[in-house]
Design a protein around this ligand. Structure first.
Ligand code: M6R
Length: 615
């Protein structure tokens, strides 16, 4: 979704904002723009397209001078992606300028009022309505920018992270948030504003994350003044020390962030269980679980809410929790759950899974579950994110920043966290024998090196990608623990190569999708030794007799599938419950290589955003 960057201080703002926008490209966007105060007036340049297009245009159009500025990458909601709808937006007088991430739901009625008062609108955006509303409040009430922003926001229904400044008061920027993230970097006599900390980590490690319904007046050389939007009460800011470093958010020699993140998985999984999986003592230690053990042990059922890849991780968790801890699990799309008036009972535990911790639907599902009295546990990657803060307790995945829009290491680390939780609960409930428990711990500890081994298939997977890159459809099949992996494999291919792909439970194939199979249809079948191997082999026979092209994901040393399949990709042997951590690797690589061969934008696929902060 949209990205916001701003700077006020003693340096040139343009290079900081431009680099910051590049760092936020991963969020997904269709246009970009920057406004700078040059000491006299506000200079603005914006365009449909990429930040690189903006850079080329801006440097011809305006002066890049000035130590106050704001920049934006826009993911269109109101109005098509074009130059005019791009941000920043001026108010009618040209005195105020704004950038905005989110949606103003009542923009239409506000616009009608402003039109009656003679305001004119150049764009189709809700944002231009907001900046003119702020201007109107300033004019009518004769008040300063900070107060006017507050009054205007109290009339607004919707979600926002905004940054505004007034050319007549070039020593301050006003920012506010409701439902969209906003971080303020605190330097020495300088301040940075951004949707996340990545644009300013080389300048400062100190940041304040605004909470919902808070606004801040940031004054050059002075402090940040934070207030509640509703009642104007002062907020004592909590300054956080950032844990991320520059290396983590750069490509580190890889062609794409997605490839870097695929190859980071052995390390990411290790980081996920570091300090939690204590193999010598045969224990799992997770503060969020220990502190709330009673709630989990008394749970009649667990409801998992998530979207996209995180929802797939939730499906894998359904198998693990039911299998090991014998707790009934329901996995819900957060977007459906939030509007379904779900039945939530006192002893239900809700687990919300989200890489970004900002997904609007998941956040809304959490709020709904809490309002019905449920205990909500979060599994997030981004530290300090909205979901991490909104949940009653939680566990971070510690995957490190995930920049590629297509989730990879977030998926495997989410499964790792959920496996640790399931094992801990199984042990506490006595639903697993101590030998089985130990066996799981030992096998889990071996997963990073087995992922490393699975990654060795990269070159071979690339040759398979070259064969199938031009097909129009793909089918992915798996059973049991590997059914969600089939769904995830199909999603990965769809989102970055734009090839239609469907994931299906292997045995369901004969109830419909089998009709699609002919000699042009590649079918990826996950057929690892543990689980329903013989059954899946029968499914492969059925595909073979209809001349489908079979790409088997098999356990090392498997020969039966090799005889039937057109290609086999081997992964190391492990327990069935841990197999998704390995079988998903070749599927990630396959989608990656196909997308690269088709010359698609792997890290920023069309129409997609990294964190979906609107409904
Ligand atoms: O940040 P979240 O995990 O809440 O995001 C959920 C989905 O938007 C996300 O997984 C999406 O499906 C990815 N593009 C998948 O690769």
């Amino acid at each position: 979704m949209c990205g916001i960057v701003g700077y006020i201080g003693h340096r040139e703002a343009y290079p900081i904002i431009l680099k910051g926008l590049k760092r936020l490209e991963y969020r997904g966007y269709d246009s970009a723009g920057i406004a700078l105060y040059d000491g006299n007036d506000i200079k603005l340049s914006k365009t449909k397209g990429k930040v690189a297009d903006l850079e080329e245009r801006l440097e011809k159009e305006i002066s890049t001078k000035g130590s106050l500025g704001i920049g934006h990458t826009r993911w269109a909601t109101h109005g098509v992606p074009n130059d005019v709808n791009s941000h920043p937006h001026f108010s009618n007088s040209g005195n105020l300028v704004i950038i905005h991430n989110g949606i103003i739901e009542n923009y239409d009625s506000l616009k009608k009022e402003l039109l009656k008062r003679g305001y004119i609108f150049n764009s189709d955006t809700d944002t231009e309505v907001l900046i003119n509303l702020i201007e109107d409040v300033m004019k009518q009430d004769g008040i300063k920018l900070g107060k006017a922003v507050q009054v205007a926001l109290n009339q607004v229904v919707g979600a926002y992270a905004i940054a505004v400044f007034d050319k007549n008061k070039p020593n301050e920027i006003v920012v506010a948030r409701l439902g969209s993230p906003l971080a303020i970097g605190i330097g020495d006599d300088e301040f940075f504003i951004a949707s996340d900390a990545s644009p300013f980590i080389e300048y400062t490690k100190n940041a304040i994350y605004l909470e919902d319904e808070e606004m801040a007046i940031i004054r050059r050389d002075k402090e940040v003044n934070i207030r509640k939007i509703k009642d104007d009460s002062l907020v004592d800011p909590y300054m956080q020390e950032l844990q991320i470093n520059l290396e983590q958010i750069e490509k580190g020699g890889y062609d794409h962030f997605m490839l870097k993140e695929i190859f980071e998985q052995p390390r990411a999984i290790l980081d996920t269980f570091r300090g939690r999986l204590l193999i010598d003592k045969a224990i799992i230690k997770m503060a969020g679980i220990e502190d709330n053990m009673k709630k989990f042990l008394n749970a009649d059922r667990i409801i998992i809410v998530a979207c996209g890849t995180s929802w797939h991780a939730g499906l894998v968790a359904e198998y693990i929790f039911e299998d090991l801890a014998r707790i009934p699990v329901e996995v819900e799309y957060a977007s459906e759950f939030r509007y379904r008036n779900p039945v939530i009972k006192e002893n239900d535990v809700v687990i919300a899974i989200s890489q970004s911790g900002e997904t609007a639907d998941t956040l809304a599902a959490i709020k709904l579950a809490k309002s019905k009295g449920a205990f909500v546990f979060g599994v997030c990657n981004v530290v300090g994110s909205s979901i991490a803060r909104e949940t009653d307790a939680g566990a971070y995945t510690h995957a490190g920043p995930e920049i590629g829009v297509a989730s990879t290491k977030a998926f495997t680390t989410q499964i790792t966290v959920l496996t640790l939780i399931a094992l801990r609960l199984a042990r506490a409930k006595g639903t697993i024998s101590s030998s089985d428990y130990r066996h799981h711990l030992i096998e889990l500890e071996l997963i990073p090196e087995k992922v490393e081994k699975a990654l060795k298939s990269d070159a071979y997977v690339k040759t398979i990608a070259a064969i199938y890159k031009d097909v129009k459809n793909f089918l992915y099949l798996g059973r049991g623990y590997n059914f969600p992996v089939a769904l995830e494999g199909a999603l990965k291919l769809k989102e970055i190569s734009y090839i239609h792909a469907e994931g299906y439970p292997a045995a369901e194939m004969k109830h419909g999708p089998i009709a699609l199979i002919d000699e042009n249809m590649p079918i990826v079948v996950i057929a690892t030794k543990k689980g329903h191997y013989e059954k899946v082999v029968s499914n492969i026979q059925e595909i073979k007799s209809r001349k489908g092209k079979i790409i088997g994901i098999v356990t090392e040393g498997d020969y039966s599938v090799r005889e039937l399949a057109d290609h086999v990709i081997e992964v190391p042997d492990t327990l069935e419950s841990l197999s998704p951590l390995l079988t998903t690797i070749p599927l990630q690589l396959l989608s990656y290589h196909i997308a690269v061969m088709l010359e698609k934008n792997v890290d920023q696929p069309r129409n997609l955003a990294k964190s979906v902060t609107v409904e």
